[in-house]
Write a protein that binds this ligand. Structure first.
Ligand code: UDP
Ligand code: MG
Length: 318
């Protein structure tokens, strides 16, 4: 449809020296075959402590299509991808991971789908290769978040997606500091579609997401796209309150009509600790929102750039 368009790849990199050589050659290969151009690859080095930066800079010196943005420290995957979105210049942007779990070879298929009139083509994962409990956790988390969310979120989809320029610009224009990018991408709207592709295994190295970081990403999804957690705690509160009223009526009835004193020290302790637990959970839920508001009002930038290498020139300090 638009053979003259330029494709940008946006790739966050954190300690990926084990996979970079293969990534660089596969990405160059696929861009060579893609009509249009000039295409580009924007790598954002998210404060890697291994040889990633050296590998990227060498590649950028040889290939004009490569831009390397080095952040001043590790800001996290979502911030790094946001940085990549700020530096891409193409007409369409493919966001992908560096570890080749997102296979660049499907680019032609994604472009074809885009040409059917879509603005976003999301890659959904069939069959994950992780352990069974992680698969169950992902499955439930995605569905739970999508169920709670105010907007339709694509389930089983990560950040791997092809987007038109206007989608990327719309995401960049969103002011929030908390970047749950796959959610923001849905929020933007336009015509979106998805393709299902089996998720490859990591080509090398290990996952940079610890369990804690995964949970925190899932919580970002839950808390930034819905007020349901607040309403759940309200609902639980009302139910507990209803029980308390009924039980008081029952106790008064037993005392006045039957003349018995209601017993039950153990039951008392159980109910008290149970309710105290519920109250603390509710406070935590409120706290999550308050904490997020705090992070937003501070208005800190998402990332700080150390150096940029582009157009075949060596890395320059920012
Ligand atoms: N990544 C990053 N900063 C981080 C963690 C990860 O830029 O703090 C990058 C990483 O190099 C990879 C992508 O984000 O390109 C996804 O990370 P990973 O493959 O470790 O996550 P998983 O696929 O295991 O969820
Ligand atoms: Mg991965």
């Amino acid at each position: 449809m638009n053979p003259a368009r330029c494709v940008s790849l946006a790739i966050p990199v954190f300690n990926e020296e084990a996979v970079l050589p293969e990534l660089l050659s596969r990405v160059a290969g696929i861009l060579d075959q893609t009509p249009g151009g000039p295409h580009e690859v924007v790598f954002v080095n998210d404060g890697s402590s291994d040889g990633s930066q050296a590998l990227l800079e060498t590649a950028a010196a040889r290939d004009q299509r490569i831009t390397v943005v080095a952040l001043s420290r590790n800001f996290g995957h979502q911030a790094a991808l946001s940085a990549a979105f700020d530096y891409v210049t193409g007409d369409v942007v493919l966001a992908m991971d560096a570890d080749l779990q997102d296979t660049p070879e499907i680019l032609p298929d994604l472009l074809r789908r885009l040409d059917e009139g879509f603005d976003v083509v999301v890659v959904r994962r069939a069959a994950r290769k992780e352990s069974w409990w992680l698969r169950v956790a992902y499955h439930t988390a995605y569905r739970l978040i999508a169920r709670m969310s105010d907007i339709p979120l694509t389930v089983d989809a990560g950040d791997f997606a092809l987007m038109t320029r206007r989608v990327v610009d719309a995401i960049r224009a969103l002011p929030e500091r908390e970047r749950y990018l796959r959610g923001l991408r849905s929020w933007v709207g336009y015509r979106q579609t998805s393709v299902v592709v089996p998720r490859a295994e990591r080509a090398g190295g290990t996952s940079k997401y610890s369990l804690g970081r995964l949970i925190s990403l899932a919580m970002d999804g839950a808390f930034s796209f819905s007020l349901v957690p607040l309403r759940v705690s309200a609902a639980v509160g009302f139910i507990a309150f209803g029980f308390a009223i009924l039980f008081s009526i029952y106790s008064i009835f037993v005392r006045l009509v039957l003349g018995r004193v209601p017993q039950g020290f153990t039951a008392l302790i159980v109910v008290m600790t149970f309710l105290a637990g519920l109250v603390l959970i509710a406070v935590w839920i409120v706290g999550e929102y308050v904490g997020r508001i705090y992070a937003e009002v501070k208005h800190r930038p998402l990332y700080v750039v150390d150096t940029v290498a582009r157009g075949g020139r060596p890395a320059e300090r920012r």
